[in-house]
Design a binder for this molecule. Structure first.
Ligand code: NAD
Length: 259
């Protein structure tokens, strides 16, 4: 379905980004990976996806908290893949603390990585997409782009910002072949969330109890969303059937935001 298309997924060395990169590759897209990790592990991921799905894969190291590295990353993806059709702004971090205790450097990092990087990457990728009159920009927001939780002020602010940014880009591109949408996942058991499970487990609970407690607070289904399910939604957004899905914030959250 995406044969001949190319995709750059930020933060795709782990978790949701990796699930989305794999989903694109599974339907024939060439993929640029980005994110942190040990070089040997990343090379194994890159070559594994290339051989499993018979697509071209490249790894582009860039710290997306830095605007110049983010802009250069998009340029490198265009050069190494020939052009760039699909951009997924996925890289993100979390920090949990009350506002009065929130370290300013954590606030700055969360805004830079979870919000501003989407602006810099989109700004760099749009001209090529508009020139070819086809493109898909998918921003991985969160249920926290729609509702809040205590002790996550920076994350909630950044993700609400991502949803707003998505709508503005969708309006600017509405009469073109480029669409921009956000995906709002609920709990996905990735390293980012495992950290929070481990934090709860330290207070004398088993890991299983901590997981159920985390799910029970927010998720009516009591089940995690998976990176593969989110990958399938991203693939749908890249299909022709989704050509008029514009400026949407699509939830996949086990019922979290239905409450
Ligand atoms: P993860 O920790 O498994 O993966 C994060 C990825 O981002 C990694 O590849 C990491 O190397 C990369 N990254 C972090 N900082 C970076 C930087 N400065 N430059 C480049 N890459 C960087 O996390 P995840 O759970 O897969 O999260 C991915 C996205 O999904 C995030 O935006 C997160 O906010 C969002 N999200 C996660 C959940 C969840 O429950 N896990 C729910 C909703 C939204």
């Amino acid at each position: 379905m995406l044969k001949g298309k190319t995709a750059l997924v930020t933060g795709s060395t782990s978790g949701i980004g990796l699930g989305i990169a794999r989903a694109f590759a599974s339907v024939g897209a060439d993929v640029a990976l980005n994110g942190f990790g040990d070089p040997a592990g990343i090379e194994k991921l890159r070559s594994g996806i290339a051989s499993e799905f018979e697509v071209k894969t490249v790894y582009i190291p860039a710290d997306v908290s830095k605007p110049n590295e983010t802009t250069a990353m998009v340029g490198r993806a265009e050069k190494e893949l020939g052009h760039l059709d699909i951009l997924v702004n996925n890289a993100g971090i979390q920090h949990v603390a009350k506002v009065q205790d929130f370290p300013p450097e954590k606030w700055e990092a969360i805004i830079a990585i979870n919000l501003s990087s989407a602006f810099y990457a989109t700004r760099a990728a749009l001209p090529g997409m508009l020139k070819r009159d086809w493109g898909r920009i998918i921003n991985i927001a969160s249920t926290h782009g729609l509702v809040a939780s205590a002790e996550k002020s920076a994350y909630v602010a950044a993700k609400h910002g991502v949803v707003g940014f998505t709508k503005a880009v969708a309006l600017e591109t509405a009469r073109t072949g480029v669409t921009c949408n956000a995906i709002c996942p609920g709990w996905v058991l990735t390293p980012l969330v495992q950290q929070q499970v481990d934090g709860r487990a330290k207070a004398g609970k088993t890991i299983e109890q901590a997981k159920l407690e985390l799910l029970g607070e927010k998720t009516p289904s009591l089940e995690f969303v998976t990176p593969a399910q989110l990958g399938a939604l991203a693939v749908f957004l890249c299909s022709e059937a989704a050509a008029q899905v514009r400026g949407a914030a699509l939830t996949m959250d086990g019922g979290w935001t239905a409450q």
